[in-house]
Design a protein around this ligand. Structure first.
Ligand SMILES: NC(=O)c1ccc[n+]([C@@H]2O[C@H](COP(=O)([O-])OP(=O)(O)OC[C@H]3O[C@@H](n4cnc5c(N)ncnc54)[C@H](OP(=O)(O)O)[C@@H]3O)[C@@H](O)[C@H]2O)c1
Length: 302
């Protein structure tokens, strides 16, 4: 049986669905206050627990062969939830989950991270992800770390301040650095495959099929919506200062600024090969933007 930690999330939910479609037995660790109906309707077993509750992690790992860990507290922190912090959940909680997996004799641990996690931007999320990667390196588990590039549905969407409906985009830095924006569906498919494939690599760095900068994404989107987008730019030094000032009082916002700064500093030197090798047909950022534009003005877009 596989344990998915983060199954009520955008990515984790897709992973559960894919694993269940392939008839794998799946257990999900779900926080006490979160709904379980959707996971149960997919045929997943649900156990209550929390990354900050080591005893619940121990119970959840009993009888599990593979853990897939996608959980993160950042979305709830951005929504204003005060506890737990990124350090408490994404770092200490993930370490407790690895401890629990080891103790229960779990064989494989699949973990989602991001490229440039070791770039030293200095955000709480970067710290937590890197600490978890290092903890996994030291563990007895067979680790599969998937470092996926920025998600299209986050960074080319309103939540990432790329808002076609409002006509506004926020860019950190110059916006000329090419990224391989990847779709959540493709990342989920990759996670679901490596969770069960015979001999997966310990590290996979992956992006989408198309390398384009934020400025290029803006131009492509403008072509689809037939009007200019208002671009607000935050210079790199301002972003660095914001990260330094916010990482104590607002760990999530500091981490968001860090992601934007990272995207501006480091061009993607990875690609979509890990997807293609596994028969996954990746969706391009342009296609994603075209679809978003069509949702706005179905009659206008050709
Ligand atoms: N955005 C990007 O561009 C990008 C790029 C690379 C990697 N990633 C990584 O991909 C993952 C994104 O996953 P997602 O889209 O599924 O995120 P999401 O939609 O925000 O879901 C987060 C999940 O974590 C669970 N969770 C939060 N706090 C928890 C706790 N204390 N104990 C147990 N579970 C907890 C949530 O449960 P509730 O529903 O109960 O809150 C939810 O299931 C993250 O690990 C992220 O760092 C993202």
């Amino acid at each position: 049986m596989l344990l998915v930690v983060g199954g009520t999330g955008e990515l984790g939910g897709r992973v559960v669905r894919l694993l269940r479609e392939q008839q794998h037995e799946v257990r999900c660790l779900v926080r006490a206050t979160s709904g379980t109906a959707e996971l149960q309707s997919m045929g997943a077993q649900v156990v209550r627990g929390d990354l900050t509750d080591p005893a619940s992690l121990k119970a959840a790992c009993e009888g599990i062969s593979t853990v897939v860990a996608t959980a993160t507290v950042i979305t709830r922190r951005l929504a204003g939830v005060r506890k737990p912090s990124i350090k408490e959940a994404d770092e200490i909680g993930m370490a407790s989950l690895i401890d629990a997996a080891e103790a229960a004799g779990v064989r494989r641990f699949v973990y989602i991270s991001f490229p440039g996690v070791d770039a030293g931007i200095g955000t709480p999320l970067e710290h937590a992800k890197l600490a978890t990667e290092k903890r996994l390196e030291r563990s007895t588990l067979q680790r599969v770390v998937v470092r996926a590039d920025a998600f299209q549905e986050v960074h080319l969407a309103p939540i990432g301040r790329f808002d076609l409906a409002a006509g506004k985009v926020a860019i950190i830095g110059k916006g000329d650095t090419k990224q391989r924006w990847i779709s959540q569906d493709d990342v989920a498919e990759l996670l679901a495959v490596v969770a069960v494939e015979a001999d997966p690599p310990t590290m996979i760095v992956v992006g989408g099929p198309e390398a384009i900068s934020k400025n290029e994404a803006v131009a492509i989107a403008e072509g689809f919506i037939h009007r200019p987008l208002k671009v607000q730019r935050m210079p790199r030094p301002v972003a660095r200062l914001a990260i330094r000032l916010l990482r104590g009082p607002n760990d999530a916002l500091a981490s968001v600024f860090g992601a934007g700064l990272l995207q501006d500093l480091h061009a993607a030197d990875w690609d979509d090969e890990p997807l293609l090798q596994r028969g996954i047909k990746p969706q391009s950022a342009s296609t994603y933007l075209r679809d978003q534009a069509r949702l706005l003005a179905p009659a206008q877009e050709g």
